[in-house]
Design a protein around this ligand. Sequence first.
Ligand code: ATP
Ligand code: MG
Length: 939
Amino acid sequence: MTSREIRQSFLDFFASKQHRIIASAPVIPHGDPTLLFTNAGMNQFKEVFLGTGKRDYTRVADTQKCIRVSGKHNDLEEVGRDTYHHTFFEMLGNWSFGDYYKPEAIAWAWELLTDVWKLPKQRLWATVYRTDDEAFELWKSVTDIDHSHILRFDEKDNFWEMGETGPCGPCSEIHIDLTPSANASASLVNAGNPQLIEIWNLVFIQHNRTATGRLENLPTKHVDTGMGFERVCSVMNAMDSGFRRPASNYDSDVFTPIISRISEISGRKYGAGGEADIAMRVIADHIRALTFAIADGALPANEGRGYVLRRILRRGARFGRNLGLHEPFLYKLVATLVSTMSHVFPEIKEHQQHIERVVKGEEESFNQTLDRGLEIFEEAAKRAQGLHSTTISGEDAFRLYDTFGFPPDLTLLLARERGMSVDEKVFGSLMDRQRERSRESREAEAETHISGSKDRIRDLIKEGTEEKFRFDGYDLYEEEVEVQSAVENIVFALNTPFYAESGGQVGDTGRLTIPGHQLKVIDTQKSGKVNVHILASPFEWPRDIGKAFASIDVPRRLAIMRNHTATHLLHAALRQVLGAHVHQAGSLVAPDHLRFDFAHFARVSEAELSEIENIVNERIRENIRLLHHRDIPFAEAQKMGALMFFGDKYGDKVNVVQFGEFSKEFCGGTHVKSTGEIGFFKIRSESSSASGVRRIDAVTDDFAAEYLRIQGKTYDERVEYAHSLAAEILKLWESLPADQNENLPMTRDAVSRLDRGLSRFEDATEKGEVAGTGRLGPLFEGLQRKFHELEDRILRLSEMKKALEKAAAKHHLDSALSDIDELVRKGIPVDGFKIVASSVQAGDMEALKSIGDTLRARIGSGVGLLAAVIEQKIALVCVVSDDLIKSKNIQAGKIVAAVAKVVGGGGGGKPHLATAGGKDVSRLDEALKSLEGVVRGML
Ligand code: ATP
Ligand code: MG
């Protein structure tokens, strides 16, 4: 049988047992931050087992794309050395959700293996969990396996758990004896011996492991099986040769076309044994993981999932050297994979060009340092040997990592090949130190701290919460919320206006208020479907309080919404100018700027950039209204032609954000009501973020204005400007009473950290110290980075300053208003009405006018004059009550003009309210005192 036939016969077999056959889920679990890669067929059904998700079927089967290179399942070290562990593999699986159980699962597995595929019964072994008598007996009764081939094992091998907590149960595995004469002994089972390997695992989900470690029985029992497709193909292949040749996954037609292509490229034959064979296996394996991960939307990067991919690629490139390959070659293998596998996984064909470009680009950039790095490694190895040591020093390993981009496991691998090791302790501490440095130099904004892991938070969220949870922040910025649980610094409620970080949009900040306490929320994160509020510090929540008043930081959120909508307009403009191949590869929507990554191969030219910028600004001026389609069926959204982020997982109901016919996207984020609110859009930079991926960084509204303002400034001028901003912020901060300060979004600490950051910055430039090992003139890139960092700091500082100015203005207004009754009481009686003249605090003329309005409303019958010093000048407001205008023809405009003369200025306005300005601050009191005379003169 060919591999294609084997896969199909598995699916056909379970279809004949009434299973729904579905497509593989993406190998990148976009919806699950706890998992870097899909590592088992059951991942996409996790919620069904947990009871929080439902499907419209109870029996299902598929072939699932899996990658096991990180976390609990990491087989990277084995790959290529053995012949049956891969980084990427297909897992054939069948499931029952509360439907059939052990008898059917065991009987059907046996039927498929021995009846359909005709595997010799004498070669099969079954294992069961130590105490699972039921499964033990079933193997005897529903199959005709040799009874001496049923073995019991303990937890390590035969009790399967998803994680620390959650659904779990005993499992029963099927192993196969691959020795030529089928005479393996029982001791080879589960011994890690290639002569007797596991092919299929049948898991019987019947318990739930609670947070306290106790096992509960689940109300319904489920079946979850997984079989390694490549192993089956290898076994079937070995069977064809009468088991005379050792079975190897790489000898089946899943791998032979790739291996042949590697032979063709390298001119080396496969099968001679030794290092060349290992290299060919590693390369054949790694290109599959790369191709499938990139097809599903992952990209090589410096952290997280992207770093794992980068490691795999570099490992592959380095093994190419063992075959004498010095030019990029991995990308050439993509076409072979596409031709052999795209009938099952069409996504690799769809994205073939993108995948090839990404792989080739990465190979090119690594190649530039690989040969030099290998030399450095040789020197390091010699140095160690010279010291009669078999350990590569941590410093050398770090240098290889930091300067030559050698992932630590690559250095380890090189060392092992020589029977050496690496001083991982020193290496680790150097890494820590570097991480610390880069953490410090990152924005000094309040750092998010979730006490405990996401898993733990999941456990705390009570059952049923996910279904009931409601995000109200599309329509509301504040509301009463039903707090469900609060632990240390995390709080979750059944409803909230706080948006949790997702889809690139950062989480909201703000506060939760309960009697006697105002709690600062510094971030909002998602756990499953629930938004979790993260407090600035742990808080002992009073037992009897179930409700809180939640209010987000509105100016910040408005800025975020402007940037999110601008991101959509940018996306649409990019597609219009560069072509429809442009698709989103990542984005960041923050209050002070936005970043958009997209797949596109060439640099975007200056002319294209200004065209894009113009289109976006035109759409802003058109003030297109938002059409927010909420909770519409996925199919309907697709019919509307809304853009989606490929490879992403969407639920049944989705939101579509639409601005006319120009932009329609699947999006859960928050947006402005109409594009005019964005004000103005300005692109700051266009660069490459990974091979085949461009990055645009842009600003809107006030930030765009600030950006343009600092563009003309030199580096020194910028530093000076940043310092002056910081100084103003501290002054504003101090002008506020302590109780108001506490709840401001930025604390004194954050400002002084920013300030310190600036000084460090100057030091670094003075010393000429530049970061980075970029290809194109590291010196230039390093300096440019510093310029950008400084620019970012300035934007952040002006955001802070703006927020503080608002708070200060509000504070002054509030206190002036509360003083008004007192002012009126102290007014001078004149001819049956009152005259009030006073200086007050006001941030601007608008604020002064609104104090004037209030004075006019409270004064009854009278004339009021208010003065404030705003930016070293005098501002005056005069108000006159209606009765005096009518009966005595007293006019505010005339009064204010007369008074302004005293302070060397002028002004005017309506009879009831008029304003004026003056320059001579020293004569303010005199001006106020002149009011009485001026008014009397008009009677
Ligand atoms: P092993 O002990 O051989 O590593 P496992 O116990 O880790 O296997 P499971 O987690 O039970 O495997 O996965 C189910 C099936 O998937 C296994 O029976 C095997 O056939 C296959 N499989 C697991 N890991 C790999 C891998 N790295 N490459 C190829 N197939 C694999
Ligand atoms: Mg394993």
